[in-house]
Write a protein that binds this ligand. Structure first.
Ligand code: PEP
Ligand code: CO
Length: 468
């Protein structure tokens, strides 16, 4: 999101092969089955909102999108590691200073742990600035004899259980665009202003996590890095500016196709179409049907694309998905995010790894250890056990090593806040702790401390086995 000179396309970019998608347009998805869409009842109201959206400035630029694609291509070769994380669902109410700052901070701190431990550059991608739409298991929700549309994320409707709140309101897309812009603006400002400057370790402090069992390991790491930096600056006899800056990219689930389409554009001096609401859209597990609208929409845009891969996906289906979304085997284009659950990954993942490896297709394999491990406690909380999350991740490292493939990144739901939503971790949160700070509208997130703990676990477990 910064260092624009570095992100600008190389001078020879016009020499790139032009591979315009065949029989595709930003609205060709309308001819397919579109799962998980709200029912907008007033066509004129919808059209007015989409027209407004189409006239608003984009949230990202095509050269940033292509810069991320090049980084992901590096990750596919084992030279970078992807850290993708943030809220399950952003909410309009959480578009504020504290939540944005703390989320950025935990992601930066995790990336520091990973860079240091894995000895690889980390590609940082937030699940933010647009992660407002949610797939739901049912279209409606019934309480005490009343049936209303399900809550589908703040970009569609509001969570309160009354008709006015649950009515899908197209204007919410315009509001989501505005809040995404505010979030991006603040994140860009923080990073440009030196929030991630390694020479200012005070920005890297641990706040409430200070007393956690990992604190001294983390502090030693930060001290080591800042000392090494000072040493190098002394040698160079000038400040090393590149250490004061990091790049940050954004991602969200490309679920609400009207919204995605409205900001899908051609740009000057680059061929093809770009989704300019985010750098890195992904297709969720429930909308990954080969002949469905989401795959149709995503196949035509030039952004890098990720697909969530859950239990039950057949190797053959996965290969056809990869072929459809990346027919020219373009580097950096295709990321596969497996989310099997700790109990199933050992049986589900190996056939997929084997098939993709045998196909010779370029993909980035990423583990989402969150979504296959969701459960409900006896006292009614949707939660995840830290032990299952870490187990899935550890198994993923071993399974990739056994298959001769590479785990190139992780996809996590986390927050910088001191929430109590996932069980376990170093402080061993129990079911009776969940009520203390259970704030999520949708899925349970790792809190600050659990997130850092997971980053350290990735480093310990990988022991040189991720990356090259
Ligand atoms: C999510 O990432 O919040 C999500 C719904 O994931 P999945 O599509 O893997 O279930
Ligand atoms: Co989620």
């Amino acid at each position: 999101m910064k260092h624009l000179s570095r992100l600008m396309p190389p001078l020879d970019s016009h020499l790139e092969a032009v591979n315009e998608p065949v029989n595709w347009s930003p609205d060709s998805w309308h001819a397919r089955q579109a799962a998980q869409q709200p029912e907008y009842t007033d066509r004129a109201e919808l059209d007015a909102a989409l027209k407004q959206l189409a006239g608003l400035p984009p949230l990202v630029t095509s050269w940033e999108v292509l810069a991320l694609k090049r980084r992901l291509a590096e990750a596919q070769e084992g030279r970078h590691f992807l850290l993708q994380g943030g809220d399950c669902a952003e909410s309009f109410a959480d578009c504020n200073n504290t939540v944005i700052t703390n989320r950025l901070k935990v992601l930066l701190q995790m990336s520091l742990v990973l860079v240091h431990g894995l000895k690889l550059p980390v590609v940082r991608v937030g699940r933010f600035a647009g992660q407002y739409a949610k797939p739901r298991s049912t279209d409606t929700e019934t309480r005490g004899g009343t049936t209303l549309p399900s809550y589908r994320g703040d970009i569609v409707n509001a969570p309160e259980f009354d008709m006015a709140a649950r009515r899908p309101d197209p204007q919410r897309m315009v509001q989501a665009h505005a809040r995404s812009a505010m979030t991006m603006n603040f994140v860009r400002g923080l990073i440009d202003g030196g929030f991630a400057d390694l020479r200012h370790p005070e920005y890297w402090d641990l706040s409430w996590v200070d007393h956690s069992p990992q604190a001294s390991e983390y502090r030693d790491m930060v001290d080591g890095i800042t000392n090494a930096l000072r040493f190098m600056e002394t040698l160079a006899d000038e400040p090393l500016d590149s250490f004061s800056r990091v790049d940050f990219f954004t991602s969200h689930e490309a679920l609400l196709l009207h919204y995605e389409q409205a900001q899908t554009r051609r740009v000057p001096r680059n061929w093809g179409w770009f989704n300019l609401t985010t750098h890195f859209p992904w297709i969720g597990m429930r909308t990954a049907a080969l002949d469905g609208a989401h795959v149709e929409y995503c196949r035509g845009i030039r952004n890098p694309i990720a697909v969530k891969v859950g239990p039950g996906v057949k190797p053959d289906t996965l290969l056809r998905l990869v072929e459809t979304l990346n027919p020219h085997d373009e580097p950096g284009r295709m990321t596969l995010v497996h989310r099997m659950g700790a109990a199933r990954i050992a049986s589900e993942l190996p056939p997929l790894l084997k098939a993709v490896k045998a196909s010779g297709r370029r993909v980035l394999w990423v583990c989402d250890p969150m979504h296959g491990n969701t459960e409900t406690t006896s006292n009614g909380y949707k939660t995840r056990h830290f032990a299952n999350i870490s187990s899935e991740l550890e198994q993923a490292v071993d399974l990739h090593a056994a298959a001769g493939t590479r785990l190139g990144g992780v996809h996590l739901e986390l927050t910088g806040e001191d929430v109590t939503e996932c069980l376990g971790g170093a402080r061993d949160l129990g079911e009776d702790d969940l009520h203390r700070a259970y704030k999520t509208h949708v899925d349970p997130r790792l809190n600050y401390e659990q997130a850092l703990e997971l980053a350290m676990l990735i480093v310990r477990k990988s022991g040189g086995r991720v990356g090259a």
